[in-house]
Design a protein around this ligand. Structure first.
Ligand SMILES: [Zn+2]
Length: 57
């Protein structure tokens, strides 16, 4: 089973869930932005950890 691209991703550190349908407008991420399309320097808006800590949910 490979992860579904374009799905939600959850932060392993703080359990924040990134929902690509909603984006993160307060932090400049437009709704509809897939997790894999976020910049490499994107950080969890809650705990500031990097993308490598996120897992598909
Ligand atoms: Zn986090």
């Amino acid at each position: 089973m490979k992860p579904v691209e374009g799905g939600k991703y959850k932060c392993a550190k703080c359990s924040y869930v990134y929902d690509p349908e909603r984006g993160e407008p307060k932090h400049g991420t437009e709704p509809g932005t897939k997790f894999k399309d976020l910049p490499d320097n994107w950080r969890c808006p809650r705990c500031r950890k990097g993308k490598d800590l996120f897992r598909p949910v």
